[in-house]
Write a protein that binds this ligand. Sequence first.
Ligand code: FMN
Length: 184
Amino acid sequence: MESTLDDLKTRRSVRKFKDEPVSKEDLEKIIEAGTYAPTGGNKQSPIILVTQRKDIIERIGEWNKSYFPSELLDQMGDVDPFYGASTLIIVLADSNISTCVEDGSLVIGNMLNAAHAIGVGACWIHRAREEIESLQGKELLKVWDIPDNYIGIGHVILGYPADDFEPVENPRKEDYVINLDELL
Ligand SMILES: Cc1cc2nc3c(=O)[nH]c(=O)nc-3n(C[C@H](O)[C@H](O)[C@H](O)COP(=O)(O)O)c2cc1C
């Protein structure tokens, strides 16, 4: 229990990886943790897409970059949005379910924390919604045999943290919590 709390507090986004694929065993543990996220009404609508193929990850990375807002392009330049990660996960969820965004986000949260707990680096990468709602995204849903009402929630990149990866301090803001009892 204590170690769970510790893992939650020490998880940081990892954006620099070793050139080593995530093992099947580690990947399965992370994905399984995602599938155990709570979902509204236990509908379990999210779908977890996973690839470890470099060519596919690079193609989706280019696609993802095409949705960078211009100020981010200026700031980040010619960066790989997936930071050379060896594993890419995309979480989709059924837009017909009113809690789909919350459900999919919890799936991603579980995977980020599970990855950290077993020594795998992870980071949420944005713009899955833009990808999937595009014409190309709709075509891909067909190819993957996924109904076209599914929306993109987010990507998770995974890899073993590079030796020189230094987790940055990320203190919590002071006014995170308001104790209502003290206001009454
Ligand atoms: C909804 C969401 C979208 C994010 N999108 C990106 C992204 O596109 N690229 C990236 O490098 N990090 C992204 N992040 C990671 C955040 O930048 C990171 O979680 C935040 O800076 C806090 O740092 P920490 O994860 O190390 O605690 C995203 C995180 C969330 C929750």
